[in-house]
Design a protein around this ligand. Structure first.
Ligand code: DAH
Length: 349
């Protein structure tokens, strides 16, 4: 590497050859610079207002007039060379700076560390899987999937469903009330039927919807009951809907779910929000019947509560437990298994 030439004194000779020699020297210093600060310092030294070049230029006037033009030209030449050399040094060093940065910050995302313990993946809970399956079946039949809140008012859980507060059916729902507002005004919904009301309030018929979700009752947990369980509600509102449409719909989705050989039947029953009402059963391979849920033709009072004219629109509704369905599907002895969070149980599905 070249030592620092005393550029000023070299230049002070003020001849073309001394300018050229000093320039070669300066350019080689720039080429040898190893970082951007060194380049800045050299630039300052050679090209600043008090630098090497400015100083040399200021002395031109002292030269023999015959030499001035030639020295002036070689100085201009020197200036361009130095400027180019500064630029080149900057480009070289900043490129390598970013290369260093890239190298230092590189993340190797392709590498996968060998695991000491094999990674075990979680899976969908059997009740959730049953819910997804039901949603798929109904979406395939043109139904929308709706949701409603788990904390409800008496209006949605009872009143609008044709269960006034004096009605004995209120007692049959084993409602868990929330200590808020008027007594027995706010509750954990005891069924998904309130979502029927919310949907009819918000949408104009025709309506085809299902509403899966969590429901709550004061039941003590045992092999067939959970105080928090899941239901799915169905509602169809259209012109000229009949009980035949209801029976056909139940038959279709049960067939989709359990296979075409499974039969369904309706048995007369009572629900305040439907008239007539029925319970529906599905056939077991041994020929016996298993109750799945309730259903019926939407009661005119329910339609009126939602501002729908029962003279123009009719509909059917149904509801049943999803947990129960999953129990049947997987032949599980005790419904509490679903909430015990025992991985040995859950990993079977
Ligand atoms: N909500 C009823 C229950 O939880 C089930 C039910 C019966 C829903 C008849 C309906 C229906 O939509 O039409 O016991």
């Amino acid at each position: 590497m070249t030592t620092d030439p005393d550029a000023r004194s070299t230049l002070s000779a003020q001849s073309t050859s001394s300018v050229e020699q000093a320039t070669v020297e300066a350019v080689s210093q720039l080429e040898a610079a190893t970082d951007l600060e060194a380049v800045a310092a050299l630039e300052h030294k050679f090209l600043s207002r008090r630098g090497w070049f400015a100083e040399a230029k200021s002395r031109i006037g002292a030269l023999d007039p015959a030499d001035r033009a030639a020295v002036g030209r070689s100085l201009n030449d020197a200036r361009s060379q130095l400027e180019a050399a500064v630029k080149a040094a900057r480009a070289r060093l900043s490129a390598s700076l970013s290369e260093d940065l890239y190298a230092a910050e590189r993340l190797d995302l392709t590498e996968r560390l060998p695991l000491k313990v094999p990674l075990s993946r979680g899976r969908i809970h059997p009740v959730t899987a049953a819910r997804y399956r039901l949603e798929d079946v109904f979406v395939g039949m043109g139904y929308s999937v709706e949701e409603g809140p788990e904390v409800e008012s008496a209006w949605y859980n009872f009143e609008a469903l044709n269960i006034p507060d004096w009605h004995p059916a209120r007692g049959s729902f084993d409602t868990i009330f929330v200590n808020l507002g008027e007594p027995e005004e706010v509750m954990l919904r005891s069924h998904t039927s309130p979502v029927q009301i919310r949907t009819m309030e918000n949408r104009k018929p025709p309506i085809y919807m299902v509403a899966p979700g969590r429901t709550f009752r004061t039941d003590t947990a045992d092999a067939t009951h959970l105080p928090a369980f899941n239901q799915i509600e169905g509602l169809a509102i259209d012109r000229n809907i009949t009980l035949g449409d209801l029976a056909g719909t139940i038959n279709t989705f049960v067939g989709e779910l359990f296979g075409r050989d499974v039969k369904t039947r309706l048995r007369p029953s009572y629900f305040p929000f439907t008239e007539p009402s029925a319970e529906f059963d599905i056939s077991r391979p041994d020929g016996s019947w298993l109750e799945l849920g309730g259903c019926g033709m939407v009661h005119p009072n329910v339609l009126r509560s939602c501002g729908i004219d029962p003279e123009i629109w009719q509909g059917f509704a149904f509801g049943f437990g999803i947990d129960r369905l999953a129990v049947m599907r997987h032949e599980i002895d005790d419904i509490r298994e679903f909430v015990n969070n025992d991985v040995r149980f859950l990993s079977q599905f």
